[in-house]
Write a protein that binds this ligand. Structure first.
Ligand code: ATP
Ligand code: AMO
Length: 431
Protein backbone atom coordinates (compact mmCIF):
# COMPACT_ATOMS: atom_id res chain seq x y z
CA UNK A 1 0.00 0.00 0.00
CA UNK A 2 1.49 3.35 -1.02
CA UNK A 3 -0.38 5.24 1.71
CA UNK A 4 -2.13 4.47 4.98
CA UNK A 5 -3.69 7.92 5.41
CA UNK A 6 -4.73 10.93 3.42
CA UNK A 7 -3.34 14.22 4.71
CA UNK A 8 -6.86 15.31 5.69
CA UNK A 9 -7.12 12.30 8.03
CA UNK A 10 -4.02 13.04 10.10
CA UNK A 11 -5.84 15.42 12.46
CA UNK A 12 -7.88 12.47 13.72
CA UNK A 13 -4.91 10.14 14.25
CA UNK A 14 -3.49 9.64 17.77
CA UNK A 15 -0.10 11.21 18.43
CA UNK A 16 2.84 8.85 17.87
CA UNK A 17 1.02 6.71 15.30
CA UNK A 18 3.14 5.49 12.39
CA UNK A 19 1.67 6.62 9.06
CA UNK A 20 2.56 6.42 5.40
CA UNK A 21 1.54 9.46 3.36
CA UNK A 22 1.92 10.02 -0.37
CA UNK A 23 1.68 13.14 -2.48
CA UNK A 24 3.68 15.80 -4.17
CA UNK A 25 6.06 18.26 -2.60
CA UNK A 26 4.94 21.87 -2.69
CA UNK A 27 7.98 23.29 -0.89
CA UNK A 28 11.12 22.36 1.03
CA UNK A 29 12.41 25.00 3.46
CA UNK A 30 15.78 24.56 5.09
CA UNK A 31 15.96 26.67 8.25
CA UNK A 32 19.34 25.51 9.47
CA UNK A 33 18.65 23.07 12.24
CA UNK A 34 15.18 22.25 10.98
CA UNK A 35 13.76 21.41 7.56
CA UNK A 36 10.10 21.68 6.58
CA UNK A 37 8.70 19.81 3.62
CA UNK A 38 5.11 20.58 2.64
CA UNK A 39 3.39 17.51 1.23
CA UNK A 40 0.12 17.92 -0.70
CA UNK A 41 -2.29 15.25 -1.80
CA UNK A 42 -5.78 15.42 -3.26
CA UNK A 43 -7.31 16.24 0.11
CA UNK A 44 -4.99 18.77 1.67
CA UNK A 45 -1.51 19.35 2.93
CA UNK A 46 0.70 18.31 5.83
CA UNK A 47 3.98 19.62 7.16
CA UNK A 48 6.79 17.10 7.38
CA UNK A 49 9.22 18.37 10.03
CA UNK A 50 12.78 17.07 10.17
CA UNK A 51 14.97 18.36 12.93
CA UNK A 52 18.71 17.80 13.09
CA UNK A 53 19.37 15.26 15.81
CA UNK A 54 15.80 13.99 15.68
CA UNK A 55 16.12 12.43 12.24
CA UNK A 56 19.28 10.92 10.70
CA UNK A 57 21.51 13.39 8.79
CA UNK A 58 21.28 11.19 5.75
CA UNK A 59 17.48 11.63 5.68
CA UNK A 60 17.83 15.41 6.01
CA UNK A 61 20.15 15.45 3.02
CA UNK A 62 17.71 13.40 0.99
CA UNK A 63 14.90 15.83 1.87
CA UNK A 64 16.98 18.81 0.76
CA UNK A 65 17.64 17.18 -2.60
CA UNK A 66 13.95 16.78 -3.49
CA UNK A 67 12.80 19.32 -6.10
CA UNK A 68 9.32 20.73 -5.51
CA UNK A 69 6.49 18.96 -7.43
CA UNK A 70 8.20 15.59 -7.12
CA UNK A 71 6.01 12.69 -5.99
CA UNK A 72 7.07 11.18 -2.70
CA UNK A 73 6.01 8.53 -0.18
CA UNK A 74 6.90 9.35 3.39
CA UNK A 75 6.74 7.09 6.44
CA UNK A 76 6.82 8.77 9.81
CA UNK A 77 5.08 9.43 13.09
CA UNK A 78 2.33 11.92 13.78
CA UNK A 79 3.01 14.74 16.22
CA UNK A 80 0.63 17.38 17.47
CA UNK A 81 2.17 20.84 17.24
CA UNK A 82 0.12 24.00 17.13
CA UNK A 83 2.85 25.74 15.12
CA UNK A 84 2.27 23.37 12.23
CA UNK A 85 -0.45 24.36 9.70
CA UNK A 86 -3.50 22.33 10.70
CA UNK A 87 -1.96 21.53 14.10
CA UNK A 88 -0.29 18.23 13.17
CA UNK A 89 2.96 17.28 11.50
CA UNK A 90 4.78 14.15 10.45
CA UNK A 91 8.26 13.36 11.75
CA UNK A 92 9.80 11.34 8.92
CA UNK A 93 11.61 8.05 9.32
CA UNK A 94 11.89 7.28 5.61
CA UNK A 95 11.39 9.19 2.39
CA UNK A 96 10.95 7.59 -0.99
CA UNK A 97 11.29 9.81 -4.06
CA UNK A 98 8.93 7.95 -6.43
CA UNK A 99 8.98 10.47 -9.27
CA UNK A 100 11.48 13.29 -9.43
CA UNK A 101 10.23 16.57 -10.98
CA UNK A 102 12.64 17.37 -13.80
CA UNK A 103 11.04 20.74 -14.50
CA UNK A 104 9.54 23.49 -12.41
CA UNK A 105 6.32 25.27 -13.47
CA UNK A 106 6.52 29.06 -13.89
CA UNK A 107 4.29 29.75 -10.85
CA UNK A 108 3.91 28.95 -7.18
CA UNK A 109 1.08 26.65 -6.10
CA UNK A 110 0.32 29.07 -3.27
CA UNK A 111 -0.44 32.14 -5.38
CA UNK A 112 1.46 35.24 -6.29
CA UNK A 113 1.84 36.40 -9.87
CA UNK A 114 0.59 34.00 -12.49
CA UNK A 115 1.91 33.77 -16.05
CA UNK A 116 -0.55 34.17 -18.93
CA UNK A 117 -3.37 31.64 -18.89
CA UNK A 118 -2.20 30.09 -22.16
CA UNK A 119 1.14 29.16 -20.65
CA UNK A 120 -0.63 27.51 -17.74
CA UNK A 121 -3.09 25.68 -19.97
CA UNK A 122 -0.18 24.11 -21.86
CA UNK A 123 0.66 22.23 -18.65
CA UNK A 124 -2.86 22.28 -17.25
CA UNK A 125 -2.62 19.24 -14.95
CA UNK A 126 0.33 20.89 -13.18
CA UNK A 127 -1.46 24.24 -13.13
CA UNK A 128 -4.37 22.53 -11.36
CA UNK A 129 -2.05 21.77 -8.42
CA UNK A 130 -2.44 25.42 -7.44
CA UNK A 131 -4.41 25.85 -4.22
CA UNK A 132 -6.94 28.22 -5.86
CA UNK A 133 -7.43 25.98 -8.87
CA UNK A 134 -8.15 23.06 -6.54
CA UNK A 135 -10.75 25.17 -4.74
CA UNK A 136 -12.46 26.10 -8.03
CA UNK A 137 -12.80 22.45 -9.05
CA UNK A 138 -14.08 21.37 -5.66
CA UNK A 139 -16.73 24.11 -5.92
CA UNK A 140 -17.56 22.80 -9.39
CA UNK A 141 -17.91 19.25 -8.07
CA UNK A 142 -20.06 20.36 -5.13
CA UNK A 143 -22.24 22.41 -7.51
CA UNK A 144 -22.89 19.39 -9.70
CA UNK A 145 -23.80 17.31 -6.67
CA UNK A 146 -26.10 20.02 -5.30
CA UNK A 147 -27.79 20.43 -8.70
CA UNK A 148 -28.46 16.70 -8.99
CA UNK A 149 -29.84 16.56 -5.44
CA UNK A 150 -32.01 19.61 -6.06
CA UNK A 151 -33.57 18.28 -9.27
CA UNK A 152 -34.02 14.84 -7.70
CA UNK A 153 -35.84 16.42 -4.73
CA UNK A 154 -38.19 18.04 -7.25
CA UNK A 155 -38.99 14.70 -8.86
CA UNK A 156 -37.11 15.23 -12.15
CA UNK A 157 -35.51 12.27 -13.94
CA UNK A 158 -31.93 12.57 -15.19
CA UNK A 159 -31.53 11.67 -18.86
CA UNK A 160 -28.78 11.56 -21.47
CA UNK A 161 -29.50 12.44 -25.06
CA UNK A 162 -27.36 11.99 -28.19
CA UNK A 163 -24.53 14.36 -28.92
CA UNK A 164 -24.29 13.36 -32.58
CA UNK A 165 -27.42 14.73 -34.18
CA UNK A 166 -29.06 15.35 -37.54
CA UNK A 167 -30.35 18.94 -37.31
CA UNK A 168 -29.50 22.29 -35.76
CA UNK A 169 -31.71 23.78 -33.06
CA UNK A 170 -30.13 27.07 -32.10
CA UNK A 171 -29.42 28.57 -35.55
CA UNK A 172 -27.15 27.11 -38.21
CA UNK A 173 -23.99 29.21 -38.05
CA UNK A 174 -22.49 27.74 -34.89
CA UNK A 175 -22.60 24.05 -35.82
CA UNK A 176 -19.70 21.62 -35.89
CA UNK A 177 -20.23 19.18 -38.74
CA UNK A 178 -19.01 15.60 -38.32
CA UNK A 179 -18.81 12.77 -40.78
CA UNK A 180 -21.23 10.11 -39.57
CA UNK A 181 -20.30 7.07 -41.67
CA UNK A 182 -21.33 8.30 -45.13
CA UNK A 183 -23.62 11.10 -43.97
CA UNK A 184 -23.21 14.60 -42.60
CA UNK A 185 -24.15 14.99 -38.95
CA UNK A 186 -23.50 17.63 -36.28
CA UNK A 187 -22.33 17.87 -32.70
CA UNK A 188 -25.31 18.83 -30.54
CA UNK A 189 -25.64 22.54 -29.74
CA UNK A 190 -28.27 21.72 -27.14
CA UNK A 191 -30.39 18.72 -26.07
CA UNK A 192 -33.38 20.94 -26.85
CA UNK A 193 -35.59 18.74 -29.02
CA UNK A 194 -34.87 15.54 -27.10
CA UNK A 195 -35.58 17.04 -23.71
CA UNK A 196 -38.88 18.41 -25.04
CA UNK A 197 -39.86 15.00 -26.41
CA UNK A 198 -38.97 13.26 -23.15
CA UNK A 199 -41.50 15.33 -21.19
CA UNK A 200 -44.08 13.10 -22.94
CA UNK A 201 -42.73 10.09 -21.09
CA UNK A 202 -41.24 11.41 -17.86
CA UNK A 203 -42.98 14.75 -17.15
CA UNK A 204 -39.90 16.46 -15.70
CA UNK A 205 -36.39 15.74 -16.97
CA UNK A 206 -32.92 17.18 -16.57
CA UNK A 207 -29.63 16.59 -18.32
CA UNK A 208 -26.12 17.73 -17.47
CA UNK A 209 -23.96 17.27 -20.51
CA UNK A 210 -21.76 18.85 -23.17
CA UNK A 211 -22.96 21.27 -25.82
CA UNK A 212 -20.85 22.20 -28.83
CA UNK A 213 -20.83 25.60 -30.49
CA UNK A 214 -18.51 26.79 -33.22
CA UNK A 215 -18.09 30.18 -31.55
CA UNK A 216 -15.87 32.22 -33.87
CA UNK A 217 -15.23 34.91 -31.26
CA UNK A 218 -12.64 34.63 -28.54
CA UNK A 219 -14.28 36.04 -25.41
CA UNK A 220 -13.92 35.42 -21.70
CA UNK A 221 -17.33 33.70 -21.60
CA UNK A 222 -17.54 31.47 -24.67
CA UNK A 223 -16.20 27.97 -25.16
CA UNK A 224 -16.66 25.72 -28.15
CA UNK A 225 -17.43 22.88 -25.77
CA UNK A 226 -19.41 23.80 -22.65
CA UNK A 227 -21.50 21.94 -20.08
CA UNK A 228 -25.17 22.73 -20.07
CA UNK A 229 -27.68 22.03 -17.32
CA UNK A 230 -30.94 21.47 -19.14
CA UNK A 231 -34.39 21.17 -17.62
CA UNK A 232 -37.75 20.52 -19.22
CA UNK A 233 -41.11 20.20 -17.48
CA UNK A 234 -44.48 19.04 -18.82
CA UNK A 235 -47.62 21.00 -17.88
CA UNK A 236 -45.53 24.03 -17.03
CA UNK A 237 -45.04 27.47 -18.54
CA UNK A 238 -42.13 29.88 -18.44
CA UNK A 239 -43.14 31.39 -15.11
CA UNK A 240 -43.12 27.94 -13.49
CA UNK A 241 -39.62 27.12 -14.73
CA UNK A 242 -38.33 30.57 -13.79
CA UNK A 243 -39.43 29.83 -10.22
CA UNK A 244 -37.69 26.46 -10.41
CA UNK A 245 -34.49 28.07 -11.70
CA UNK A 246 -34.67 30.73 -8.99
CA UNK A 247 -35.14 28.08 -6.27
CA UNK A 248 -32.24 26.18 -7.77
CA UNK A 249 -29.84 29.13 -7.65
CA UNK A 250 -30.81 29.99 -4.06
CA UNK A 251 -30.71 26.40 -2.76
CA UNK A 252 -27.46 25.48 -4.47
CA UNK A 253 -25.66 28.66 -3.39
CA UNK A 254 -26.85 28.33 0.22
CA UNK A 255 -25.78 24.71 0.37
CA UNK A 256 -22.34 25.46 -1.03
CA UNK A 257 -21.65 28.30 1.38
CA UNK A 258 -22.49 26.11 4.37
CA UNK A 259 -20.93 22.90 3.01
CA UNK A 260 -17.56 24.11 1.69
CA UNK A 261 -16.72 27.49 3.29
CA UNK A 262 -13.01 26.57 3.23
CA UNK A 263 -12.99 26.50 -0.58
CA UNK A 264 -14.49 30.00 -0.78
CA UNK A 265 -11.99 31.18 1.84
CA UNK A 266 -9.16 29.85 -0.35
CA UNK A 267 -10.65 31.76 -3.28
CA UNK A 268 -11.15 34.90 -1.16
CA UNK A 269 -14.65 35.09 -2.58
CA UNK A 270 -18.09 34.71 -1.00
CA UNK A 271 -20.78 33.93 -3.55
CA UNK A 272 -23.85 36.11 -3.53
CA UNK A 273 -26.88 34.22 -2.20
CA UNK A 274 -29.82 35.92 -3.93
CA UNK A 275 -33.07 36.42 -2.07
CA UNK A 276 -36.35 35.41 -3.64
CA UNK A 277 -37.91 36.57 -5.81
CA UNK A 278 -35.00 37.35 -8.14
CA UNK A 279 -35.78 40.67 -9.85
CA UNK A 280 -37.64 40.43 -13.15
CA UNK A 281 -37.55 43.00 -15.96
CA UNK A 282 -39.28 42.63 -19.30
CA UNK A 283 -37.24 43.22 -22.42
CA UNK A 284 -39.26 46.40 -22.98
CA UNK A 285 -38.53 47.64 -19.46
CA UNK A 286 -34.84 47.06 -20.24
CA UNK A 287 -35.20 49.18 -23.39
CA UNK A 288 -36.70 52.00 -21.27
CA UNK A 289 -33.89 51.74 -18.73
CA UNK A 290 -31.34 51.86 -21.53
CA UNK A 291 -33.12 54.87 -23.06
CA UNK A 292 -32.83 56.69 -19.72
CA UNK A 293 -29.11 55.89 -19.80
CA UNK A 294 -28.89 57.43 -23.27
CA UNK A 295 -28.95 54.22 -25.35
CA UNK A 296 -31.65 54.20 -28.05
CA UNK A 297 -32.87 50.77 -29.13
CA UNK A 298 -35.97 49.80 -31.10
CA UNK A 299 -38.21 46.89 -30.19
CA UNK A 300 -36.78 43.79 -31.86
CA UNK A 301 -33.13 44.76 -31.62
CA UNK A 302 -30.98 42.36 -29.63
CA UNK A 303 -29.28 43.46 -26.43
CA UNK A 304 -25.56 43.59 -27.25
CA UNK A 305 -22.60 43.23 -24.90
CA UNK A 306 -22.47 46.99 -24.21
CA UNK A 307 -26.21 47.13 -23.44
CA UNK A 308 -25.91 44.19 -21.04
CA UNK A 309 -22.94 45.85 -19.39
CA UNK A 310 -25.06 48.97 -18.86
CA UNK A 311 -27.99 46.92 -17.48
CA UNK A 312 -25.65 44.89 -15.30
CA UNK A 313 -24.24 48.10 -13.90
CA UNK A 314 -27.71 49.53 -13.20
CA UNK A 315 -29.28 46.38 -11.75
CA UNK A 316 -26.39 44.26 -10.42
CA UNK A 317 -26.41 40.67 -9.19
CA UNK A 318 -28.96 38.14 -10.43
CA UNK A 319 -31.95 39.28 -12.51
CA UNK A 320 -34.28 37.97 -15.21
CA UNK A 321 -34.98 39.58 -18.57
CA UNK A 322 -38.37 38.26 -19.72
CA UNK A 323 -40.77 38.54 -22.66
CA UNK A 324 -38.25 38.81 -25.47
CA UNK A 325 -39.31 39.65 -29.02
CA UNK A 326 -40.32 36.39 -30.70
CA UNK A 327 -38.01 37.05 -33.61
CA UNK A 328 -34.95 37.04 -31.34
CA UNK A 329 -35.75 33.57 -29.99
CA UNK A 330 -35.46 30.10 -31.56
CA UNK A 331 -38.36 28.47 -33.43
CA UNK A 332 -39.52 26.32 -30.50
CA UNK A 333 -40.22 29.28 -28.16
CA UNK A 334 -43.92 30.06 -27.71
CA UNK A 335 -45.24 33.46 -28.85
CA UNK A 336 -47.73 35.11 -26.49
CA UNK A 337 -51.37 34.42 -27.43
CA UNK A 338 -52.45 38.09 -27.31
CA UNK A 339 -49.27 39.66 -28.63
CA UNK A 340 -47.45 37.14 -30.83
CA UNK A 341 -44.52 39.49 -31.52
CA UNK A 342 -43.56 38.93 -27.86
CA UNK A 343 -42.60 35.47 -26.57
CA UNK A 344 -42.93 33.57 -23.30
CA UNK A 345 -39.19 33.58 -22.73
CA UNK A 346 -36.50 34.65 -20.30
CA UNK A 347 -32.79 34.93 -19.71
CA UNK A 348 -31.26 34.70 -16.25
CA UNK A 349 -28.44 37.21 -15.93
CA UNK A 350 -25.72 37.91 -13.38
CA UNK A 351 -24.43 41.40 -13.99
CA UNK A 352 -23.69 41.44 -17.71
CA UNK A 353 -23.30 37.66 -17.97
CA UNK A 354 -26.10 35.52 -19.40
CA UNK A 355 -26.35 32.38 -17.29
CA UNK A 356 -29.45 30.73 -18.66
CA UNK A 357 -32.22 31.06 -21.16
CA UNK A 358 -35.55 29.33 -21.41
CA UNK A 359 -39.23 29.66 -22.05
CA UNK A 360 -42.59 28.07 -22.77
CA UNK A 361 -42.49 25.84 -25.86
CA UNK A 362 -44.82 25.46 -28.78
CA UNK A 363 -46.55 22.09 -28.31
CA UNK A 364 -48.83 22.11 -31.39
CA UNK A 365 -47.35 20.53 -34.47
CA UNK A 366 -49.04 22.93 -36.90
CA UNK A 367 -47.73 26.01 -35.09
CA UNK A 368 -44.22 24.54 -34.79
CA UNK A 369 -44.20 23.69 -38.51
CA UNK A 370 -45.16 27.28 -39.36
CA UNK A 371 -42.45 28.68 -37.07
CA UNK A 372 -39.81 26.43 -38.64
CA UNK A 373 -40.71 27.81 -42.07
CA UNK A 374 -40.65 31.39 -40.77
CA UNK A 375 -37.11 30.75 -39.49
CA UNK A 376 -36.05 29.46 -42.91
CA UNK A 377 -35.80 25.85 -41.73
CA UNK A 378 -37.26 22.84 -43.53
CA UNK A 379 -40.01 21.00 -41.60
CA UNK A 380 -39.01 17.87 -43.56
CA UNK A 381 -35.64 17.85 -41.78
CA UNK A 382 -37.45 17.87 -38.44
CA UNK A 383 -39.96 15.14 -39.29
CA UNK A 384 -38.32 12.83 -36.68
CA UNK A 385 -39.22 15.45 -34.07
CA UNK A 386 -42.58 16.70 -35.34
CA UNK A 387 -43.88 13.13 -35.61
CA UNK A 388 -44.17 12.64 -31.85
CA UNK A 389 -46.28 15.80 -31.48
CA UNK A 390 -49.19 13.82 -32.98
CA UNK A 391 -49.28 11.58 -29.91
CA UNK A 392 -50.54 14.04 -27.31
CA UNK A 393 -47.52 16.25 -26.61
CA UNK A 394 -48.23 18.12 -23.33
CA UNK A 395 -47.62 21.85 -22.97
CA UNK A 396 -44.09 22.23 -21.58
CA UNK A 397 -41.36 24.69 -20.66
CA UNK A 398 -37.71 24.57 -19.69
CA UNK A 399 -34.33 26.22 -19.58
CA UNK A 400 -30.65 25.64 -20.27
CA UNK A 401 -28.08 26.93 -17.77
CA UNK A 402 -24.39 27.17 -18.65
CA UNK A 403 -22.68 25.25 -15.85
CA UNK A 404 -19.28 26.78 -16.54
CA UNK A 405 -20.71 30.29 -16.39
CA UNK A 406 -22.58 29.51 -13.17
CA UNK A 407 -19.31 28.24 -11.62
CA UNK A 408 -17.58 31.44 -12.84
CA UNK A 409 -20.09 33.48 -10.86
CA UNK A 410 -19.90 31.20 -7.80
CA UNK A 411 -16.10 31.34 -7.69
CA UNK A 412 -15.68 34.96 -8.80
CA UNK A 413 -13.68 34.19 -11.96
CA UNK A 414 -13.60 36.53 -14.95
CA UNK A 415 -12.41 33.97 -17.49
CA UNK A 416 -14.51 30.87 -18.19
CA UNK A 417 -11.32 28.90 -18.95
CA UNK A 418 -10.31 29.04 -15.28
CA UNK A 419 -13.27 26.84 -14.28
CA UNK A 420 -12.83 24.20 -17.02
CA UNK A 421 -10.13 21.55 -16.72
CA UNK A 422 -9.33 21.41 -20.45
CA UNK A 423 -11.08 24.31 -22.19
CA UNK A 424 -11.84 24.22 -25.88
CA UNK A 425 -12.01 27.43 -27.86
CA UNK A 426 -11.33 28.57 -31.39
CA UNK A 427 -7.57 28.35 -30.90
CA UNK A 428 -7.20 25.49 -28.48
CA UNK A 429 -7.65 21.80 -29.24
CA UNK A 430 -4.92 20.48 -26.89
CA UNK A 431 -4.23 19.38 -24.23
P1 ATP B 1 10.98 22.89 19.28
O1 ATP B 1 12.17 22.68 20.12
O2 ATP B 1 9.72 23.08 20.08
O3 ATP B 1 10.78 21.86 18.20
P2 ATP B 1 12.34 25.33 18.39
O4 ATP B 1 11.74 26.70 18.44
O5 ATP B 1 13.43 25.03 19.32
O6 ATP B 1 11.12 24.27 18.48
P3 ATP B 1 13.97 25.78 16.09
O7 ATP B 1 14.86 24.77 15.45
O8 ATP B 1 14.59 26.87 16.85
O9 ATP B 1 12.92 24.99 16.96
O10 ATP B 1 12.96 26.39 14.99
C1 ATP B 1 13.29 27.21 13.91
C2 ATP B 1 12.04 27.93 13.49
O11 ATP B 1 11.02 27.02 13.11
C3 ATP B 1 11.44 28.78 14.58
O12 ATP B 1 10.97 30.00 14.01
C4 ATP B 1 10.29 27.97 15.10
O13 ATP B 1 9.24 28.78 15.62
C5 ATP B 1 9.84 27.22 13.88
N1 ATP B 1 9.32 25.91 14.19
C6 ATP B 1 9.90 24.98 14.95
N2 ATP B 1 9.19 23.86 14.98
C7 ATP B 1 8.11 24.09 14.21
C8 ATP B 1 7.02 23.31 13.84
N3 ATP B 1 6.86 22.06 14.27
N4 ATP B 1 6.10 23.86 13.00
C9 ATP B 1 6.25 25.10 12.55
N5 ATP B 1 7.26 25.89 12.87
C10 ATP B 1 8.20 25.40 13.69
P1 AMO C 1 -28.74 29.16 -25.08
O1 AMO C 1 -28.22 29.10 -26.47
O2 AMO C 1 -29.01 30.50 -24.50
O3 AMO C 1 -30.09 28.34 -24.97
O4 AMO C 1 -27.74 28.36 -24.12
C1 AMO C 1 -28.07 28.17 -22.76
C2 AMO C 1 -26.92 28.59 -21.87
O5 AMO C 1 -25.75 27.83 -22.17
C3 AMO C 1 -24.59 28.62 -21.96
N1 AMO C 1 -23.81 28.69 -23.18
C4 AMO C 1 -22.47 28.72 -23.25
N2 AMO C 1 -21.52 28.71 -22.32
C5 AMO C 1 -20.24 28.76 -22.70
N3 AMO C 1 -19.83 28.82 -23.99
C6 AMO C 1 -20.74 28.85 -24.99
N4 AMO C 1 -20.32 28.91 -26.25
C7 AMO C 1 -22.13 28.80 -24.64
N5 AMO C 1 -23.27 28.81 -25.33
C8 AMO C 1 -24.27 28.74 -24.45
C9 AMO C 1 -25.06 30.01 -21.53
C10 AMO C 1 -26.49 30.03 -22.04
O6 AMO C 1 -27.30 30.90 -21.28
N6 AMO C 1 -31.95 25.35 -25.90
C11 AMO C 1 -31.77 26.62 -25.22
C12 AMO C 1 -32.10 26.54 -23.76
C13 AMO C 1 -33.59 26.33 -23.50
O7 AMO C 1 -34.40 27.11 -24.02
O8 AMO C 1 -33.91 25.41 -22.72
C14 AMO C 1 -30.32 27.08 -25.42
O9 AMO C 1 -29.46 26.35 -25.85
O10 AMO C 1 -25.01 30.08 -20.12
Amino acid sequence: MLRTHRTSELGRVREGRRVKVAGWVSSVRDQGSITFLMLRDGWGEVQVTAKKGEVPDELLERLHAIPPHSSVVIVGTVRIDQRAPGGVEVIPSSVQLVSRAKKQPPFSVYGGNLPALDRRLDIRAVDLRRVKAGAIFRVRHATLRALRDFFTSRGLTEVQTPKIIATATEGGAELFPVLYFDREAFLAQSPQLYKEQLTMAFDGVFEIGPIFRAEPSRTLRHLSEAISVDVEMAFADYRDVMRLLEDMVVRVTKRLTSEIPEEFAALEHSPEVPSKPIQRFTYEQCLSMLREAGVEKDFGEDLETDDLRELGRMIGGYYFITDWPTKLKPFYIKPKARRPEVSESFDLMHGDLELSSGGSRIHRRSVLTRRLKEKGLKPRDFEYHLRVFDYGMPPHAGFGLGLDRFVMVLTGQDNIREVVAYPRDMRRLTP
